[in-house]
Design a binder for this molecule. Structure first.
Ligand code: DON
Length: 309
């Protein structure tokens, strides 16, 4: 994909890069610990096909939680609104992404939203297909369409590294299974979920996907409606209320853009009706969001008045 480097963006990246020193790369998934904490890149994809960027935008990273918005879109198309929200709620938690605390307090047990791990596991469980492989292939192919690149794949190394260390997610799954939210083998679901999280791309791809969400599910460059407008609307709403976990309120005030983070350092932004943003900055703050990526979005939003509020 062609993308012009942009001087103003470059200056913002260099300014925001200073904040990387206050963050740390995730290492609870051991293979993610190899990332370079000083990396920071951004791409902005416009509906007319223009793209501007700064930083090393070719660097690939895994989607991690950024994938949760996309699996939600697929599952809403697979199963419809009523079935999906019978099993997962719509409320922010104010807790970390991997917390089990509120799950136990809900009767019946139902994850509060699809962006926390418990909710995302339930969503991934609902991806239709006859096998883990078929469900993964459907999700991957949807992501390839959204990013308009059939070469997108996943990192076996990172998927395996997460699978071997995912005991907290395993615990969430067993809890959910006990409460009849899951009716498949926990290891099968974790296998699918860790592959989903290990889908790999660069921030040019992520910006393109953000642009499709920003344009209500339509890819104006290929003239394909890749998801119904209603599905894109629901996903963007979750990005605002829960996309940055227990930093979502502050992010809405300071940035005001629907966005979703991942622990590999990605942030996907969707500025409604305008453009998509892809950011990669693997040094994270204590809530698991890209520390310099958040700062970069804040500066961008202030400079160009991007807040939707
Ligand atoms: O399940 C996990 O813990 C990871 N695969 C994804 C978590 C994540 O990206 C949280 N985001 N900031």
């Amino acid at each position: 994909m062609l993308c012009e480097t942009n001087k103003e963006l470059d200056e913002l990246v260099e300014e925001a890069r200073k904040y990387t020193k206050d963050g740390q790369v995730a290492d609870y998934i051991p293979a993610l610990g190899k990332a370079d904490p000083y990396d920071l890149s951004i791409a902005i994809n416009y509906p007319d096909g223009r793209c501007v960027s700064a930083g090393d935008v070719q660097k690939r990273f895994t989607l991690q939680s950024t994938s949760k918005v996309i699996s939600l879109a697929l599952v809403l198309m697979d199963r419809g609104y009523d079935e999906v929200f019978e099993h997962v709620g719509m409320e922010p938690t104010g807790d970390p992404f991997n917390s089990i605390a509120k799950l136990e307090k809900m009767t019946p047990a139902k994850p509060l939203n699809p962006m926390i791990n418990a909710g995302a596991l339930v969503v991934t469980h609902m991806i239709k297909g006859n096998s883990v492989q078929e469900r993964f292939d459907r999700l991957l192919s949807f992501i390839q369409q959204l990013a308009n690149d059939a070469s997108i794949g996943f990192s076996e190394e990172i998927a395996q590294s997460e699978l071997e260390t995912a005991d907290l997610n395993r615990a969430l799954c067993y809890f959910l299974k006990q409460h009849n939210r899951l009716n498949e083998e926990v290891e099968d679901l974790l296998n699918l979920y860790t592959k989903q999280c290990a889908i790999e791309m660069n921030c040019l791809h992520l910006a393109r996907i953000g642009m499709v969400f920003a344009m209500d599910g339509m890819d104006p460059i290929t003239s394909k409606q890749l998801m119904p407008k209603e599905v894109a609307r629901i996903c963007k709403t979750f990005m605002v209320t829960c996309g940055m976990y227990n930093a979502s309120g502050e992010f809405a005030i300071k940035v005001g853009i629907p966005a979703k983070s991942g622990v590999a350092g990605g942030i996907m932004g969707a500025v409604p009706g305008k453009f998509g943003i892809g950011i990669f900055g693997p040094a994270l703050d204590d809530k698991g969001n890209s520390i310099a990526g958040m700062k970069l979005l804040e500066m961008l939003s202030n400079d160009y008045q991007l807040s939707m509020f």
